[in-house]
Ligand binder design. Structure first.
Ligand code: 5CA
Length: 380
């Protein structure tokens, strides 16, 4: 792409509403443009980065055997079945169609995917089923802030698992646990899993994946040795995965909702204590039959009706664009850098041009064309 032909609307000054680096830089270099409070258009530079992140997330989901689907806008009926239509409150964007039917722009998809599962699977022999989609979500956050980090419309990868027993379901949970570590590693981020609250999703087992950043909204308390846990030898096998979880869980590692001062001080020697801030880039949940029971999603197991055991697994794909910048890819002069795996352009050419001598320009065009022919994305 030639810069002269590109759509990269650069701003000279920091917009006053942008309080953190990622928000300022993303607006300054024209990656995003605010459309209304907490809602953004993605312009070419920003969209390129997000698509690259999305593709890495997709590849790592596919690698652990999760199948991709795409779910649409939702009907209120299924949310009434699960009991969450009222519970979700004002964060849910409710819409009426011309027949006055209640619809909603999904904040998450546990109900819809459970409905798809129950109408398609009847026998335990089809289990496990692991499904994911990458789709826009809407949450009418009271205070959207920090640009695309906490916004109202955001791009999320959400996956869902269906199993016969608790034991199998934990195996599925652990597959996602590993796949998340690998995904964030490919983005050059070291994300640590932390025991977390389950909030409106429910269940009693949950981990947030947090990357350290001073501007993060999550307070975290952990043991610095957790950063040395090595997941590279873990394989997709029940024992190996549960060992990996144990390696992490032997270290105290929680967000503030789960924090207990006495426990922290008792479990972590002073020299290892880390008490800092981070950004939640992923969150995984196990909630058994919380949705399958009220929604009657069951399989036949030797003549017996068994409600399937479910979990759900989210990654904030659009949030990651800002999180990467916040975590470490910006410097004091406000220069944004990218890990190679998600950079919008692999290479930039800036020819030294002299008014009377166009030879450098001609050379740079040649180099540009050559790189293009090798599929190296170049901005000149
Ligand atoms: N159904 C579950 C898992 S699929 C779920 O919705 N989990 S979540 O609420 O934790 O969201 C998953 C991820 O989406 C979060 O870890 C975070 O990275 C991202 N996210 C959540 N809310 C926002 C928001 N308002 N703006 C940007 N990203 C968000």
């Amino acid at each position: 792409m030639f810069f002269s032909k590109s759509f990269i609307p650069i701003l000279k000054n920091n917009p006053s509403e942008a309080k953190i680096k990622s928000h300022q830089l993303m607006l300054r270099v024209g990656m995003i443009k605010q459309s209304s409070a907490g809602i953004y258009s993605w312009l070419p530079l920003g969209f390129k980065v997000m698509k690259k992140i999305e593709q890495i997330v997709r590849e790592e989901q596919d690698r652990v055997g999760v199948q991709e689907i795409l779910m649409p806008i939702q009907s209120s009926e299924i949310w009434k079945e699960s009991g969450r239509y009222e519970d979700y409150g004002e964060e849910m964007l409710r819409i009426k169609d011309r027949q006055n039917r209640e619809m909603l722009y999904g904040p998450t998809n546990e109900e819809l995917v459970t409905e798809i599962f129950r109408s398609s699977f009847k026998s335990y022999k089809s289990l496990p089923q692991l499904l994911y989609h990458i789709q826009w979500k809407f949450r009418d956050e009271l205070r959207p802030r920090f640009g695309i980090m906490r916004c109202r419309e955001f791009y999320m990868k959400d996956a869902y698992s269906f199993d016969l027993t608790d034991d199998d379901a934990i195996f599925s949970y652990n597959k996602f646990f590993l796949s998340y570590l690998k995904t964030f590693k490919r983005l050059n981020l070291s994300a640590i899993p932390m025991a977390a609250d389950t909030g409106p999703i429910g269940g009693n087992l949950s981990h947030e994946f947090i990357i350290l950043a001073d501007t993060g909204e999550s307070k975290i308390y952990t043991d610095k040795r957790i950063f040395d846990v090595d997941s590279s030898k873990t394989i997709l096998d029940k024992v190996s995965l549960s060992l990996l979880r144990k390696q992490y869980e032997k270290f105290y590692s929680v967000t503030d909702e789960k924090f207990n001062k006495d426990e922290f001080e008792k479990s972590v020697a002073e020299e290892y204590r880390v008490n800092t801030k981070g950004i939640e880039v992923g969150h995984i949940f196990y909630f058994g039959d919380k949705y399958s029971k009220p929604m009657n999603a069951a399989v036949d197991f030797n003549g017996k009706k068994e409600f399937v055991k479910m979990g759900s697994y989210g990654i904030g794909v659009s949030r990651l664009v800002g999180a990467i910048i916040e975590a470490k890819y910006n410097d004091k002069d406000g220069i944004m850098k990218w890990p190679m795996s998600v950079t919008p352009y692999d290479c930039a050419i800036i020819p030294m041009i002299n008014k009377n001598d166009k030879s450098n320009l001609e050379k740079s065009i040649k180099v540009h064309e050559f790189l293009k022919s090798k599929n190296i994305e170049t901005l000149s």
